[in-house]
Design a protein around this ligand. Sequence first.
Ligand SMILES: CC(C)(COP(=O)(O)OP(=O)(O)OC[C@H]1O[C@@H](n2cnc3c(N)ncnc32)[C@H](O)[C@@H]1OP(=O)(O)O)[C@@H](O)C(=O)NCCC(=O)NCCS
Length: 217
Amino acid sequence: MGRLGHTTAAAGTCTMERSTHPACRLTPGRAATGDDTVAVARLGAVTARMNTMAEELSTGDLTLHALRVSDAPELHSIFSDPATHTIGAGVVSDIETTRDWLRRRDERRSQHGVTWYGVRSMAGTLIGTAGLFIGRTGMEPEIGFEIRSSDQGRGHGTRAARAVVTEAHRAGWTRVWATVRPSNVASLRALARVGFVADRTEDDERGGLVYLRHEDR
Ligand SMILES: CC(C)(COP(=O)(O)OP(=O)(O)OC[C@H]1O[C@@H](n2cnc3c(N)ncnc32)[C@H](O)[C@@H]1OP(=O)(O)O)[C@@H](O)C(=O)NCCC(=O)NCCS
C-alpha cells in the first residue's frame, strides 16, 4: 500500500553543481545534503505511490529484518567498532546517538516506506546492516550497507545489498543510488556485482564521491 497525505515543504538553496542531480531537478535551488529534512518532507508526493518495503527478507543463509530501537545495544557494538564503522562521521561513541539514528530509520519507514535492515547470520547474530535512506540523491533513495569487520569478505555485503535493491524495486523505486569514496574498493566491487553502474563522480568537502545507480528492468 502506498502512503498518502504528506505535504510539500518550501524550497531552500541548491548547492549541487550539476543540474542533473535528481534533487535539484525536482527542486531547483534546494540544498541536497545527507538525510536532508527538506528532501524528506518533499518525498511525500513521491512515496505516496510506493509500497512499504517488506519487514523481513531472506537471502541464502542471511535474514534481514527492519531495524527497531530495541536493536540499539547490538547495533551499537557495530557502530562503535573502529574496524567496521569507517563511514559517515566515523565511530559512534554514545549509544544514545545510535538510538536516535534508529528512531529516524523508523520514521522514514513509516513516512516513506524506505527500510533499513539488520543483517543476521543463521545463528541469529547481528553481523551488519543494509537499507535505503533519503540522502544526497533527493527524490531517489540511496543504499547503504555495512558488515562487521570479522564477517567481511564472505559475500555477505553483496548478498545483503542485492536483497535490499531487489526489494526496493519491488516496492516501486525504479532507480536506487549509491555514493562511494573511490578508495572504498570493497563497496565498489560489491555494488558492481549487484549490478550498480557508475554514473559520475562529484567532489564534496571530503574529496571525490562516485555516484552509482541501479535501474529496475
Ligand atoms: C563494503 C562492505 C559492506 C562489503 O561487505 P563484505 O561482506 O566484505 O562484501 P563481500 O564479501 O560481498 O565482498 C565484496 C567484494 O569486495 C571485495 N573485498 C572485500 N573486502 C575487501 C577489501 N578490504 N579490499 C578490497 N576488496 C575487498 C571482495 O573480494 C568482493 O569482491 P569480488 O566479489 O570481486 O571478489 C564492507 O567492506 C564494509 O562493511 N565496509 C565498511 C562500511 C562501508 O564502507 N560500507 C559501504 C559504504 S558506501
